[in-house]
Design a binder for this molecule. Structure first.
Ligand SMILES: Cc1ncc(C[n+]2csc(CCOP(=O)(O)OP(=O)(O)O)c2C)c(N)n1
Ligand SMILES: [Mg+2]
Length: 323
């Protein structure tokens, strides 16, 4: 692979590393609260996929728009959403990103360009399309990134969106995080052609398949796309693996412990990055350890603070509800 580290500054790659750690530790802490029964509703953790959100969002401007899925925590953090407010949202507190009324799947912050998560698989494609069309009509210089999972590409909305995006040449990048499963369904049992990047060709769109566990590769791919003169829609298939169960109730009977261990041992995006930092940027293991402890400690304090915040008032219950 082209070694992007040759052209990336040390400060730049350290930012990538810290972002990935922030996502990993946010999820780990959330998982601990979840195990203690402190989270209402389900959660979908992003462990193992951190390089994708980080590499993609590091190449974006603040006013570029990001649409996410049920697995939206990593995308939100990568787009700059405040982690204390995110913890508060998970705990149903009034200090949360959505006043404690949205929960895990509905994190949003429009001023940061994070349109938000979406509990409907494939529900974000048409919204992304509309936003990209509005940007094009206004002649603005910004783009839309629509994240989705492999399973979502079997929804009708995906194919409709691909067709219109290509036909109208909209400023949109579809990022498919192929973690090889949709809940308990392995991709090879769901699709006759499991190479998802090929799906772009059917619509006359460029499709690219990348290693989603290599943050350098993700970032470089995205950099090349955002710096093109004329913007045309593109589909990126980022291959990856989710380290935790699908959601909090997953018994994981559809995959073996060996398979999970294999990915964790050989393809952990954070460990991959640490190796690159030590060998190519001469950063010592001790320095990485210190960073880890600092980020984990800061997140833990935020979580504890958010957990002790107040719940929304009863009068708030029907705000923003329309009948
Ligand atoms: C329209 C719709 N159908 C089914 C579901 C239930 N559901 C939630 S997540 C999920 C699997 C999605 O798989 P994928 O798109 O690969 O994303 P991943 O969970 O792997 O990130 C399903 C079927 C839903 N939320 N919405
Ligand atoms: Mg999936």
């Amino acid at each position: 692979m082209l070694m992007e580290k040759d052209i990336l500054k040390k400060s730049h790659v350290l930012t990538f590393y810290q972002e990935m750690l922030k996502i990993r530790f946010f999820e780990d802490i959330l998982d601990d609260y979840n195990q203690q029964g402190q989270i209402h509703g389900t959660i979908h953790l992003y462990n193992g996929q951190e390089a994708i959100a980080t590499g993609i969002c590091q190449a974006l401007k603040q006013d570029d728009l990001v649409l996410s899925t049920h697995r939206n925590h990593g995308h939100a953090i990568a787009k700059g959403v405040d982690t204390y407010q995110m913890f508060a949202e998970m705990f149903g507190k009034k200090t949360g990103t959505n006043g404690g009324r949205g929960g895990s799947m509905h994190i949003s912050n429009h001023s940061l360009g994070f349109i938000g998560g979406n509990g409907i698989v494939g529900g974000n494609f048409p919204i992304a399309l509309g936003l990209a069309q509005a940007i094009k009509m206004k002649g603005e210089k910004r783009i839309v990134v629509c994240f989705s999972g492999d399973g979502a590409t079997n929804e009708g909305t995906f194919h409709e969106a691909m067709n219109i995006a290509a036909l109208w040449q909209l400023p949109i990048i579809f990022v498919i995080e192929n973690n090889q499963y949709a809940m308990s369904s392995p991709i090879e049992k769901m699709m006759s052609v499991p190479n998802l990047s090929l799906r772009a060709n059917n619509y006359g769109m460029k499709g690219i398949r990348i290693n989603g566990n290599n943050v350098f590769e993700v970032f470089q791919t995205m950099q090349n796309l955002v710096h093109r003169e004329a913007f045309t829609p593109v589909l990126i298939e980022a291959q990856t693996y989710r380290f935790k169960g699908h959601s909090r109730s997953d018994q994981e009977v559809y995959r073996t412990d060996d398979e999970v261990s294999f990915w964790k041992n050989y393809y952990d995006p954070i460990e991959h990055m640490e190796e690159a930092l030590m060998s190519d940027y001469d950063i010592k293991k001790d320095a990485l350890e210190q960073l880890k402890q600092k980020i984990y400690g800061e997140l833990l304090v935020e979580a504890q603070r958010a957990f002790n915040d107040d719940a929304p008032e009863m009068e708030e219950l029907t705000r923003n509800i329309y009948a």
